[in-house]
Design a protein around this ligand. Structure first.
Ligand SMILES: Cc1cc2nc3c(=O)[nH]c(=O)nc-3n(C[C@H](O)[C@H](O)[C@H](O)COP(=O)(O)OP(=O)(O)OC[C@H]3O[C@@H](n4cnc5c(N)ncnc54)[C@H](O)[C@@H]3O)c2cc1C
Length: 430
């Protein structure tokens, strides 16, 4: 184990010593903004580098204003019918615990219209703020993370397309740039869809982007290092405890003290918070990606695509295509489930059958930290000087910068730049 020493020489009198637990895109973004605010920041990560867990599997959509919960209308029916089909966007694992059942009931009640709209509004508020911050960061720092512009949500049937009416109403209300396309228009926009199975239509978002989240997180790491963030890898925080106005972190046999701590430990956050008496409905949802080299540029997609029915995405990462999706509930392992693999392959075959050799794709599976309402939790806890930035679910990258900036502003004693109603622990106390 490496010894943790916070370099006192770098410390200015007004600075607070802050520890961020977790080196995914959420912890990394938080550490960056805290350092930018002038604090002395140490990031503790149990792996050897940043972006090695959920962030590594990210499929690359910076969805901003089109961010919606994973759980969509008819989710319970979809889960049940998935039990008997060869492919399914959501897989129910036999090892369901009582707590997971409770979470599942809450998760699948999201699509009830009023609740769905409320959750969408909260997620989109945070994601739009993140998009705004990303634009500013881009201008200052020229980040390169295999980004491209334009996102196309594809629908397989008229029925599916018609079900987007509430979403479209919300988008129009908020002046989000998008166009509703019929099948022919979608194929004209993305010529790689020429050989696709029948396309009923799509929603096209010209201002949304995609890119490589791992590269992004590592670039943020370099910027944070330049701003003085100290990184401590291969260290696991066992417990966090408020102590005499400060916070004690137990790490193996060692204790580290800090002025404040931000728990941004992805799926590991619930365990750390439980010791503090903070109970949150956070589940680790297993999901998958396949990354395949482009073999035929003429029929390879240029736009990022979301398949609405299977909740599978496809995005270009330079000369590769990343396909991602499938929510497997109740699985703690990291083996590749056959049904999940078949689902990803089916989607590729339906939309871009000749773009890549998918059977040689590199497979990855891991767990997403997801709250039952899919809206992240940011800010203070009842334990003094312990903050959280957790539960970003399937749209975590899209919301990362905004969530991090809110937490950094709160710790710095500044009011967040956006309304944070519904994004804090207060929503569980109502
Ligand atoms: C397949 C897939 C596709 C996705 N696609 C998209 C997308 O297209 N668009 C989008 O916006 N989002 C997407 N997401 C979601 C997004 O990637 C996640 O929400 C985000 O990466 C979560 O980041 P995190 O930092 O909270 O978690 P993680 O990346 O898991 O990081 C948490 C870190 O905390 C560390 N840790 C945990 N416990 C401890 C401890 N006790 N001590 C020290 N370290 C600890 C872990 O090792 C880990 O590195 C996708 C996710 C997946 C998996």
């Amino acid at each position: 184990m490496s010894e943790i020493v916070i370099d006192q020489e770098l410390l200015k009198p007004a600075q607070r010593q802050i520890v961020v637990i977790g080196g995914g895109v959420i912890g990394m973004s938080t550490a960056y903004f805290l350092a930018e605010a002038g604090h002395q920041v140490a990031l503790i990560e149990q792996r050897r580098n940043v972006a090695e867990v959920a962030t590594l599997g990210n499929s690359g959509m910076l969805a901003a204003a089109s961010t919606t919960p994973w759980a969509i209308n008819g989710m319970r029916k979809r889960i049940l019918s998935g039990l008997f089909s060869q492919e399914a966007g959501t897989i129910l694992n036999a090892r369901l615990s009582p707590s997971l059942w409770r979470w599942l009931l809450r998760w699948t009640s999201t699509p009830e219209l009023q609740r769905y709209q409320l959750h969408c509004e909260r997620m989109q508020r945070l994601a739009s703020y993140s998009q705004h911050i990303l634009l500013q960061l881009q201008q200052q720092c020229q980040l390169e993370y295999e980004q491209s512009h334009g996102l196309l949500q594809l629908f397989r049937s008229e029925k599916e397309l018609a079900a987007t009416a509430p979403l479209q109403a919300m988008l129009s209300e908020r002046n989000v740039a998008y166009s509703l396309l019929d099948g022919a228009a979608a194929q004209a926009l993305e010529p790689a869809l020429a050989t696709a199975r029948s396309v009923a239509g799509g929603l096209y978002f010209p201002e949304l982007a995609s890119g490589n989240c791992t590269l992004f997180t590592k670039q943020l790491k370099s910027l944070a290092q330049a701003s003085g963030v100290q990184f401590h890898f291969d260290l696991r925080v066992d417990a966090v405890e408020p102590q005499d106005g400060r916070v004690a972190l137990k790490i193996g046999g060692d204790i580290l003290h800090a002025d404040a701590v931000v728990v941004a430990a992805g799926t590991g956050s619930a365990r750390l918070l439980k010791n503090l008496g903070v109970k949150v409905p956070l589940q680790a949802v297993k999901t998958y990606t396949a990354t395949a080299a482009v073999k035929n540029h003429d029929v390879a997609p240029k736009l990022a695509l979301q398949d609405n029915a299977y909740k599978v995405t496809m995005a270009r990462f330079g000369e590769r295509i990343r396909i991602a999706g499938v929510a497997e509930l109740g699985a703690t392992d990291t083996t590749i489930d056959d049904k999940a693999l078949r689902t990803l392959l089916k989607v590729t075959q339906d939309w871009y059958p000749d773009a890549a050799n998918y059977h040689n794709a590199q497979m990855w599976t891991g767990h997403i930290p997801m709250l039952a309402d899919e809206v992240p939790l940011v800010g203070a806890t009842a334990s003094s000087n312990v903050y959280i930035n957790i539960g970003h679910g399937g749209s975590g990258w899209s919301m990362a910068l905004g969530a991090a900036k809110i937490v950094a502003d709160q710790i710095s004693g500044r009011s967040p730049e956006i309304d944070i109603d519904g994004l804090t622990l207060a929503r569980y106390r109502r």
